[in-house]
Design a protein around this ligand. Structure first.
Ligand code: NAD
Length: 497
């Protein structure tokens, strides 16, 4: 069985007979396809020390050198996209074309980072005072930690690693222990692209490895993506140690369908965004709020489409793959059960699924729960499965109030033909990423990705200008070059003249 170790000093470490290990599962069969070693604090310390040594060199690499490495990595990633997509589908279960699409979205960030020469330009002002100039530059932080979730094994690491590397940092990446292969393969490609040994380290592990990374004195910052309870804990632990931290959490994204919306367009969007990747996307639509008389027509159109989706092995061209683990599948089922018991109507019920795949896979079919109420656990909790909750509202204002009362604020979308209604939604909705007739408004690379409220702890979002700012610290230099000794003693506080 394939055994994944750690990636340190530009190579996979030899198997460690004393290391703790866990099985890596194929969710479409329920069987183990490999094992991954789980780093303890000592292993993390060795990895960080190697990264810190590498950083001393990499921080001085010219922008031209860094750019060449990024371009090479970009080309290698493109060349190996299908192969990496295969690794993602084997461990995560998502449909192959979806796995390719996440790599393509990650490539967008690599391409942004290829322009690091422009992104890192500083500022300079002449004569801010007589004979005095000021400049500001952006320098790397040092060793930066990146911790990623199971649902985007390639894209989430690619939100951070290329920009951090381009800014002159060394990265220690801790991928999800459920999907380690894509990160290990991308580490090989970085090395092939010419990145010096140690400038990217991959540490496989679980909570112990994450905590050791946060606590390590030589780790300057933490970029985390995962569930809200862990994001909150990671933020608190890192902040108390004085680290720079961005911790992106879970979500409950609402799609509001106003009475004038094109019902077919809204139903297509809701079904694609709720059931793509079996609902295991942080930008999945998990709640549709149908306003007024559009409700019944919308639910009917959604149900018709949901029933047509094929559930099965992601390698066989199905629409939805399995859920990540048996426990997660059972949790999704119990939330659906609780919703039905509390009075929601299962218009489409994914508990009775007939998958195109191994009977031991972690299957759950598309589920549409109508007449969901905010007090139900199916509404309040992040289900992270192929379950669309439909809530009925009487007015657009009621729908907006509902969205804004959610503790999460990742994405929100409105479907309407009315420009002023859309503008009002856009201005007042409390979410970091908003779609107007767009169900999954993931920002393109030059903009930054991140939510509000319990969907992001910290003040920096991922990639774009905020990503560059996160991975650099600014230095302001005030200088003068007097032609003679013309200053004299002056003990007063300096003022411009
Ligand atoms: P998770 O929180 O269980 O794990 C995320 C990472 O944290 C993994 O690397 C894991 O090993 C580590 N981890 C788990 N428990 C830990 C603990 N107690 N202490 C320290 N580290 C710990 O999340 P997941 O199940 O892998 O991913 C799904 C979640 O991620 C969903 O809630 C989803 O909404 C969220 N997510 C958010 C975004 C976003 O951009 N906001 C993007 C993708 C996923």
């Amino acid at each position: 069985m394939n055994r994944l170790t750690q990636w340190v000093d530009g190579a996979a470490t030899a198997p460690d007979p004393d290391a703790a290990v866990r099985d890596v599962l194929d969710p479409a069969t329920g069987g183990a396809i490999g094992q991954v070693e789980l780093a303890d604090a000592q292993t993390v310390d060795r990895a960080v020390t190697s990264a810190h040594d590498a950083w001393r060199q990499w921080r001085t690499a010219s922008l031209a050198t860094r750019t060449r490495v990024l371009f090479s990595f970009r080309n290698l990633l493109l060349e190996h996209r299908d192969e990496i997509a295969g690794l993602i589908t084997a461990e995560n279960g998502k449909e192959l074309s979806d796995a390719k699409a996440e790599i393509t979205r990650g490539l967008d960030v690599v391409e942004l980072a290829c322009g690091i020469g422009s992104l890192l330009k500083g500022e300079r002002s002449l004569s801010v005072s007589t004979g005095v100039d000021v400049s500001s530059v952006h320098q790397p932080l040092g060793v930066v930690g990146v911790i990623s979730p199971f649902n985007f094994p390639a894209m989430v690491p690619l939100w951070f690693v290329p920009i951090a590397i381009a800014c002159g940092n060394a990265v220690v990446l801790k991928p999800s222990e459920k999907v380690p292969a894509a990160s290990m393969r991308m580490a090989e490609l970085w090395q092939q692209a010419g990145l010096p040994d140690g400038a990217l380290t991959v540490v496989n592990g679980e909570q112990e490895a994450v905590e050791a990374l946060i606590d390590h004195d030589d780790v300057a910052s933490i970029s985390f993506v995962g569930s809200t309870p862990v994001a909150r804990a990671v933020y608190a632990r890192a902040a108390v140690r004085g680290k720079r931290v961005q911790a992106l959490g879970g979500a409950k994204n609402h799609l509001v369908v106003l009475p004038d919306a094109d019902v077919d367009l809204a139903a297509d969007a809701a079904v694609s965004a709720a059931f793509g990747a079996a609902g295991q996307r942080c930008m999945a639509i998990s709640v549709a709020v149908a306003v007024g008389e559009v409700g019944d027509r919308f639910v009917e159109a959604v149900a018709q489409r949901a029933r047509s989706l094929r559930v099965g092995d992601g390698r066989r061209g199905n629409d939805l793959g399995p859920l990540i683990t048996r426990e997660h599948r059972d949790r999704v089922a119990s939330l659906v059960e609780a919703g039905v018991a509390a009075g929601a109507r299962a218009v489409v019920d994914g508990r009775e699924v007939n998958p195109d795949g191994d009977p031991d896979g972690f299957w759950f079919g598309p589920t549409v729960l109508d007449h969901v109420e905010p007090a139900m656990s199916a509404y309040a909790e992040e289900i992270f499965g192929p379950v669309l909750c439909v809530v009925r509202a009487e007015t657009a204002q009621q729908a907006l109030d509902l969205v804004n009362a959610s503790p999460y604020g990742n994405g929100a979308a409105v479907f309407t033909r009315d420009g002023s209604a859309a503008a009002a939604f856009e201005r007042t909705v409390e979410a970091g990423m908003v779609g107007v007739n767009v169900p999954i408004p993931v920002p393109v690379a030059p903009y930054s990705f991140g939510g509000w409220k319990d969907s992001l702890f910290g003040d920096s979002r991922a990639y774009g200008a905020e990503g560059v700012r996160f991975f650099t610290r600014s230095k302001v230099v005030t200088s003068r070059w007097p032609t003679s000794h013309d200053a004299g003693l002056e003990l007063g506080f300096p003022q411009a003249d």
